[in-house]
Design a protein around this ligand. Sequence first.
Ligand SMILES: Nc1ncnc2c1ncn2[C@@H]1O[C@H](COP(=O)(O)OP(=O)(O)OP(=O)(O)O)[C@@H](O)[C@H]1O
Ligand SMILES: [Mg+2]
Length: 215
Amino acid sequence: MSNVEVHWHDHAVSREEREKLNGNKGCVVWFTGLSACGKSTIANIVDHKLNKLGKHSFVLDGDNVRHGLNANGAMLREVHGEEFAKRFGLGFSAQDREENIRRIGAVAKLFAEAGVIALTAFISPYRADRDLVRKNLAPGDFVEIFVDTPIEICEQRDPKGLYKKARAGELKGFTGIDDPYEVPERPELVLDGGKKTAEELAEQVIACLKEKGKV
Ligand SMILES: Nc1ncnc2c1ncn2[C@@H]1O[C@H](COP(=O)(O)OP(=O)(O)OP(=O)(O)O)[C@@H](O)[C@H]1O
Ligand SMILES: [Mg+2]
């Protein structure tokens, strides 16, 4: 135990009261899958559909997380200096990926407790990291969605040119090429990302959330 004790302060407003006001349950909808499998595209369509249904949701994605909460060394160096950047900047090593997911999981949990549907869109390739997020949430709060798109299709899409760079050896430790992707063992939903449109897949997610009584 550290010399600084952290005490959990009770909320004056209960989660149930927040959810009643919001008109939906809070939860974490965790999209996982290879780069370019469709996580961001589907998460954003689901977000839009939920918004139109009057439900409270928010997408946590690479852009809004990697620029702030999980900024990399280069981003931190400019303002805070080398030493700080080395300690707190996150890259793509196994340990940094683990910390990246741990922080996202912790933030997503706060969203769920605020009665919001957090939609996260990260490759999150390691099973143990995802399972830890699940374990830290209340039962039923973690909805793991495996976007199962064959790597050949992801590589064909390659909108950021990352597969090309990885194949050329310019990018090391790229998931699916020279770093593993560990398929979820018991996801709440598997989406066939190679055959259906993103719109159809988003409808499947909405149906899953309805079935679970989240919306
Ligand atoms: N079901 C789909 N059918 C056809 N194309 C799709 C589908 N889903 C996504 N795409 C397209 O595939 C590309 C990659 O999608 P997207 O950016 O959502 O992937 P991602 O899983 O978020 O990848 P990353 O992990 O690199 O952020 C985009 O150009 C998108 O338009
Ligand atoms: Mg994405």
